[in-house]
Design a protein around this ligand. Structure first.
Ligand code: HSE
Length: 329
């Protein structure tokens, strides 16, 4: 199998290379593509330098394309890669809501990708991280309503977002004013309740993605979901506070036991030992940390929890590679 990464020089592209180094995916060739500006540079894979090529306009000589170059490139080029015979796992939102495109988190609805030819969509990071924890609860107790507050890292805006956090923080620490380019306001020592564009209903598109995508992945259009998405000055892990109203009452102990054996989850929940999910401990991890599991004071028999998942891994590169591994099984 010939694998191509499109967007190889970006933050997700780098993580794709790292995840592929140790994945069980069996491939004979790895091609790296990026913008013409990055063509000719090299990236290391399993100790060997690989040269980055400019993404061509037409088909790619690949059987599997892992695309993380942004929505406009995917929209324009992915149909041509498919015409050329490739399966495309696309990290952008360009095709996520198309009826004939599966939107997949392997731990939740992996079967939706099996045997699929064409485009398979990787979800928005915030959604992927939430559903790994919420889907097992939905299966057993039936989620009726889900309220999410997010604490999203700068990596959601790519390498440039992470760089902006570091350079602008440095400026503030040296007595200068912080500027901003990737974010709508300066990010150092700030929280910004504004990610992506506002919709007519007062929610942002980032918040609506959590609504639309959670319903599609969990296969339940009746789920009532509300989300407030907030950018915070951390590097690469998204955290989320989640409140669930359930069809059937659950206890925190039962949820802890359920999630202890759930794929992709690490229960980290011992307040007496100051143990709970945090970007500090979740960054670089494949599993999503889940903790602060408690009975809701608002919904009878409802549950509240806190999750932290690496945005570049389960929120992007890892999820894509897991989909590819499942396709090959
Ligand atoms: N939209 C997300 C964010 C990243 O801005 O944090 C994309 O998965």
């Amino acid at each position: 199998m010939r694998v191509a990464i499109v967007g190889a020089t970006g933050a997700v592209g780098h993580e794709l290379l790292k995840v592929l180094e140790t994945s069980s995916l069996d491939f004979s060739e790895l091609q790296l593509y990026a913008s013409p500006r990055s063509a000719g540079s090299t990236l290391e894979f399993r100790g060997q330098p690989l040269t980055v090529q400019a993404t061509p306009d037409g088909a790619l000589p690949a059987d599997l394309v892992l695309a993380s170059a942004g929505g406009s490139i995917s929209k324009e080029k992915a149909p041509r890669w498919v015409e050329g015979g490739a399966v495309v796992i696309d990290n952008s939102s360009a095709f996520r809501y198309d009826d004939d495109v599966p939107l997949v988190v392997p731990e939740v609805n992996g079967e939706a990708a099996l045997g699929h030819k064409g485009i398979i969509a990787n979800p928005n990071c915030t959604t992927a991280i939430a559903v790994v924890a919420v889907a097992p609860i939905h299966r057993k107790y039936g989620v009726k309503r889900m309220i999410v507050s997010t604490y999203q890292a700068t990596s959601g805006a790519g390498q440039k977002g992470m760089d902006e956090l570091l350079t602008e923080t440095h400026k503030v620490l040296h007595g200068q004013d912080a500027g901003h380019h990737e974010f709508v306001h300066p990010i150092p020592f700030n929280v910004i309740p504004h990610i992506d564009v506002f919709q007519d209903n007062g929610y942002t598109k980032e918040e609506m993605k959590v609504v639309w995508e959670t319903r599609k992945i969990m296969g339940d259009e009746s789920l009532q979901i509300s989300c407030t998405a907030v950018r915070i000055p951390t590097l690469r892990t998204h955290s989320e506070a989640i409140t669930l109203e359930l069809e059937r009452p659950a206890t925190p102990e039962a949820i802890r036991e359920l999630l202890a054996t759930a794929a992709g989850v690490e229960v980290r929940d011992d307040p007496s030992a100051k143990l709970y999910p945090m970007p500090l401990t979740a960054s670089g991890k494949y599993d999503v940390e889940v903790g602060r599991i408690r009975q809701s004071l608002v919904f009878d028999g409802g549950i509240e929890l806190f999750v932290a998942g690496d945005q570049l891994l389960k929120g992007a590169a890892l999820n894509a590679v897991q989909i590819a591994e499942d396709l090959q099984r």
